[in-house]
Design a protein around this ligand. Structure first.
Ligand code: ZN
Length: 392
């Protein structure tokens, strides 16, 4: 009897186990069905994005086999894994090796400016204000073309000294994000870099490359720019201005010209008429200034020729740089003086001083004090710094 009872109990147990197994299998099947449905949706989305990319390439008549950088030069293609910027930073290291100063050059620059009795350091949005001052007002503009890590280090250096610098993130850079068809994926590190710069108390804005997004990526570049301004605000940044990336010879227009009040010269030639110039309303976007300080000049007869001359357009070409800073055929400057770092202990200063053109090339870090000494009270002076040049 006891044996039979035992057998019956174990049969019941087996049935219960099988029932539980069946339930688990049914649940797994439901999960796998749902996963398959989502994968199918992802695949359809990816195919639609790919079709949109091909359509954009067709519309822009771009040869997909020729990859160029933002200056239109042919480059070696670069591939990175989406969540891994190691290859990207290796490439930045390689590209800027011969130009990069040690980071302490930046600290020495800030020390010099801070200690100079004539200088008052202000963020770019304050430099835009033409108020009278007995000081030489100096703003530090950081165009983050490639290296957000060094930019964070710079912001922290300024924070320790209680200085507000201005930093502009390049929305078309690989460190910022990438387009997949019409889908834009920001890099997952980006919000962290933004937060670190905001904690350091700096001014943060977008390094405007609407024309790059328009021409190279085949998307609506002005909508992209407006979208990234809003995104940066959603992260807590008080975005007051943008700073145009590149110069006129790259796109035959300045990026700042996408704003209605900032078109610099006529737009009726075949190249400029195809660009989205003058389409964004700066005030409607809540922007109060533009940090390249380019403004229309009266005589624009030489603008197209200057913008055509891509071969000469180089920061380390003193003849071109003199024209760019002192007598730019495309624009006038709404600042008196600009100081650019262009290489290893290589600085250029250009603008106007007491009504005269002022240009000095091949300056070293220790020469910069004499540039400030040359400036009158009330002068507005813009330092243009790319973090890549201080990453060694
Ligand atoms: Zn730039």
């Amino acid at each position: 009897m006891s044996v039979d009872r035992h057998a019956s109990t174990s049969a019941k147990g087996r049935t219960a186990r099988l029932a539980a197994q069946l339930k688990r299998a049914q649940r797994d099947l439901a999960i796998e069905r749902e996963r398959a449905r989502m994968l199918r949706e992802d695949l359809e989305q990816a195919m639609a994005d790919l079709a949109a990319t091909y359509a954009a390439v067709d519309a822009a008549q771009v040869d997909p086999n020729v990859i160029t950088d933002l200056a239109g030069r042919k480059v070696r293609p670069l591939a990175v894994n989406e969540l891994d910027l190691e290859d990207y930073f290796r490439q930045v290291e390689h590209n800027y090796q011969s130009y990069a100063n040690p980071f302490h050059h930046y600290e020495q620059l800030v020390d010099m400016l801070e200690a100079h009795s004539k200088v008052s350091l202000v963020p770019c949005y304050e430099l835009a204000n033409r108020m009278r001052s007995n000081d030489v007002r100096v703003a530090l503009r950081h165009d983050i073309d490639a290296d957000p890590v060094t930019a964070v280090r710079m912001a922290r250096t300024l924070a320790r000294r209680g200085i507000c610098g201005s930093f502009f993130l390049l929305h078309t850079a690989i460190y910022y994000g990438r387009f997949f068809g019409t889908l834009f994926v920001r890099h997952r590190e980006l919000p962290r870099w933004v937060e670190q710069m905001l904690v350091a108390g700096c001014e943060l804005g977008i390094h405007n490359d609407a024309l790059g997004a328009h021409g190279q990526l085949g998307v609506d570049g002005t909508a992209v720019l407006a979208g990234e301004i809003n995104w940066l605000r959603s992260q807590g940044a008080d975005v007051r201005g943008t700073a145009g990336h590149n110069s006129a010879p790259v796109y035959h227009a300045e990026n700042s010209e996408v704003f209605a009040n900032r078109v610099l010269w006529p737009t009726d030639d075949p190249i400029r008429s195809r660009l989205p110039l003058g389409v964004l309303d700066e005030a409607a976007l809540g922007l109060s200034y533009e940090a390249t300080f380019a403004m229309p000049r009266e005589d624009t007869s030489g603008a197209n020729a200057f913008a055509d001359d891509q071969d000469s357009a180089e920061l380390r070409n003193p003849d071109w740089m003199r024209r760019y800073l002192c007598d730019n055929p495309c624009c006038a400057w709404d600042v008196d003086m600009q100081v650019w770092v262009v290489g290893l202990d290589h600085w250029v200063a250009g603008g106007r001083c007491r009504g005269q053109a002022y240009f000095r090339d091949r300056l070293t870090l220790s020469d910069l004090r004499s540039v400030i000494d040359d400036l009158d009270a009330g002068t507005r002076c813009l330092f243009v710094l790319h973090p890549e040049y201080f990453r060694a």
